[in-house]
Design a protein around this ligand. Structure first.
Ligand code: ADP
Length: 177
């Protein structure tokens, strides 16, 4: 259910507006792992909508194309009615404004993640004071998992099926060397 907010103006007239509770989960998802999937699915009941957004970072070399990553994200979350997949360029907070997301959602694996996320979160708060960054702790079995490990295992001919959502397993076979 969307959150209903009552606004009062100076003349005591009530005006009700309906504001959806929208969270943005930004990342590279190169590729999406079971860790991402778990955090996003656990967060889904907390919001009216979660936008999982692939951020185009020109400094980072991508392994999988944006089209491929988008296709996988759509497959993984196809049963989740309140999860939408998007792609954006530029500042994450500018994209939050554009899509009316007042929450930024991130996963925390380790204290190193925390230090990294803290500075980004505090910077985003200065750039867009209305946004709140929220963190979900990773479940223990996903703490060691990240996309670059998945890419390394693939590049060296290993089996990544324990690390990625089932929807990707067949497609990823062809990247094994
Ligand atoms: P980037 O590092 O480019 O921001 P990632 O796709 O690696 O993007 O990560 C996006 C978000 O997903 C981050 O908040 C990160 O902490 C979280 N995340 C990454 N791997 C995991 C994992 N194994 N378990 C839970 N959260 C994770």
């Amino acid at each position: 259910m969307p959150t209903i907010i009552l606004c009062m103006n100076g003349s005591n007239n009530h005006k009700s507006i309906i504001m959806e509770k929208i969270a943005l989960f930004p990342g590279s998802f190169d590729p999406i792992t079971k860790g991402h999937e778990s955090v996003i699915k656990r967060a889904a009941p907390l919001f009216d909508k979660i936008i999982v957004a692939i951020g185009i970072n020109t400094e980072k070399r991508e392994f999988f194309t944006v089209e491929q990553r988008t296709k996988w994200l759509k497959e993984v979350f196809k049963e989740q009615k309140n999860i939408e997949i998007m792609v954006y360029e530029g500042l994450t907070v500018d994209f939050c404004r554009k899509v009316n997301a007042r929450f930024l959602l991130r996963g925390l694996r380790t204290s190193a993640d925390f230090e990294f996320e803290r500075s980004i979160g505090q910077t985003n708060k200065i750039l867009y004071p209305e946004v709140e960054t929220l963190f979900l702790l990773t479940t223990p079995e996903h703490t060691a998992l990240n996309s670059s490990i998945v890419r390394d295992v693939l590049k060296n001919g290993g089996d990544v099926s324990s690390f990625v959502p089932d929807a990707l397993v067949n497609d990823l076979q062809k990247y094994r060397h």
